[in-house]
Design a protein around this ligand. Structure first.
Ligand SMILES: [Zn+2]
Length: 212
């Protein structure tokens, strides 16, 4: 059986990616990151979903003592009702996907996996530069330079949020357990970028968000 490492946060995109990889016949190893995010909510969702999907999971714990972004600093406020445009917002964690892919590559090489799946998308997103197709392409070139046969798969990179949700619905993704909100409250806040993009996606897909 083909093996894959899934960079997994328990959010809408990475969960769709996990179910997509399963549908393509991959044995899935979820890689979760505890990188000092402002709440444990998403990590708990990720563990729950990995178990439901009968996927193995590992948690990598890392510290970024230099980080000044909103997502790893509880004292900073998550921007609310922001107009989402081309400007990189304060929730951007510098180098995050480079770090995650490097851990993913180490994991994939260790277990002789064929692929690393990442749920990056570049249409309905917060302009994070490390979610763009050219970044994925460049990282694949880096892996090739190491004479490894591992490929980064980013099946959502050209899809809108609505298209991702429609794909996930077909794959029976348990969206009710996914957590997208940047705030770790009891319920999604509804006003952060992530909540707004998710709501827009469900609306455009003509579906109700089962997590609400
Ligand atoms: Zn939110």
């Amino acid at each position: 059986m083909k093996k894959s490492v899934i960079l997994f946060s328990g959010g809408l995109d990475s969960t769709t990616c996990l179910y997509y990889a399963k549908s393509k016949g991959f044995q899935c190893y979820c890689l979760l990151f505890d990188y000092g995010q402002r709440h444990k909510r998403e990590l708990n969702s990720a563990i729950k979903i990995a178990k439901i999907a009968k996927a193995e999971y590992s948690i990598a714990r890392l510290k970024l003592p230099w980080s000044k972004d909103v997502l790893t600093n509880k004292n900073k406020k998550v921007p609310a009702n922001r107009r989402i445009d081309e400007i990189i917002p304060s929730t951007y964690v510098p180098g995050r996907n480079t770090i995650f892919l490097s851990y993913g590559l180490s994991f994939a090489e260790s277990i002789k996996a064929d692929a690393i799946f990442i749920g990056a998308n570049s249409l309905d997103f917060s302009a994070y530069p490390d979610c763009r197709p050219q970044f994925i392409k460049a990282y694949n070139a880096l892996i090739k330079s190491l004479n490894l046969k591992i490929k980064i798969e980013a099946p959502l990179v050209h899809l809108s949020k609505a298209q991702i949700i429609k794909l996930g619905n077909k794959l029976k993704v348990p969206y009710q357990y996914t957590w997208s909100c940047y705030n770790g409250l009891k319920k999604p806040c509804g006003v952060c970028d992530s909540c707004k993009l998710r709501a827009k996606g469900f609306k455009e897909a003509g579906l109700n968000d089962p997590a609400l």
